[in-house]
Design a protein around this ligand. Structure first.
Ligand code: MN
Length: 258
């Protein structure tokens, strides 16, 4: 089994090396990751400048590729240019920081797994839901290994990948695992306006705490209750419930002037 690993915290992040060690138990691991932290870059890709992929060594000497691009670029580079064998699994992480609710829209970690799904490859995004600098990734790594083993038997549906979040707790304190749907988590939208030393204004976005809606069955609820959350995510962003309703507005009958 050939496994491509990437992340959005950068090629030298601790979570990446822990993930690599776990995945090596079930296959040949290729690491292609951004050469710098790229958290919250979403699904951006590099189209208008050269994309680099330099050979580097991880702390333990493992050869890896450090790319000037984003997590999604790394997946494309790995699949199209670097790895000569067919890839069976893409794993993105282990991210430091949760990817829950509306976080998915902004997440580089999740976007990399999404990119894997676009290429038709089974893909996982894995995050530990803490912003602390010292993180124990071992529970998340062990769980990801188990999940990856399962994916050898149970194939995901086309255009679907899994988004995994693990609470920052020792194994004994984790309540269990919940298969969830994407919940609602938004940020209050704070922005600070300041002046730089030359007197020019600048703004600093975010920094506020997320507001979670703790609906039963959601990723945010599972994590808040101390469970590991596994959400199947689909590439189709259509709101199917709105299709017929919006057709009824008469949009399809809008006339154009000659
Ligand atoms: Mn990150």
């Amino acid at each position: 089994m050939n496994i491509l690993i990437t992340n959005d915290d950068g090629v030298y992040a601790d979570g990446l090396i822990v993930l690599k060690d776990a995945m090596e138990k079930i296959g040949t691991v290729y690491v292609v990751a951004p050469d710098r932290p790229r958290s919250a870059c979403g699904h951006s890709i590099t189209l208008h400048k050269p994309l680099r992929a330099d050979e580097v060594a991880l702390r333990d000497g493992t050869p890896a590729y450090a790319s000037s691009g984003t997590p999604s670029d790394c997946v494309a580079l790995g699949l199209l240019a670097i790895i000569k064998e067919p890839v069976d699994l893409v794993v993105s992480g282990i991210n430091r920081g949760p990817n829950l609710g509306w976080d998915l829209t902004y997440s580089g970690t999740v976007s990399a797994a999404m990119e894997g799904a676009i290429y038709g490859i089974q893909s996982l995004a894995v995050s530990v839901s803490t912003h602390k600098t010292e993180v124990d990734y071992s529970v998340a790594a062990e769980f990801t290994l188990n999940l990856a083993r399962m994916l050898q038997e149970h194939k995901l549906r086309e255009n679907t990948f899994l988004n995994v979040n693990v609470p920052p707790l020792p194994a004994a304190r984790i309540k269990g695992v919940k298969v969830t749907r994407q919940g609602k988590r938004r940020y209050s939208g704070s922005i600070e306006k300041r002046s730089d030393p030359t007197g020019r204004d600048y703004y600093w976005l975010g920094g506020d705490l997320p507001m979670d809606t703790l609906d039963e069955g959601t990723d945010v609820k599972a994590i808040s209750d101390g469970y590991i959350s596994v959400t199947p995510v689909h590439l189709d962003l259509t709101d199917h419930k709105s299709l017929a309703k919006i057709q009824d507005w008469g949009i399809e009958d809008i006339q154009f002037s000659e």
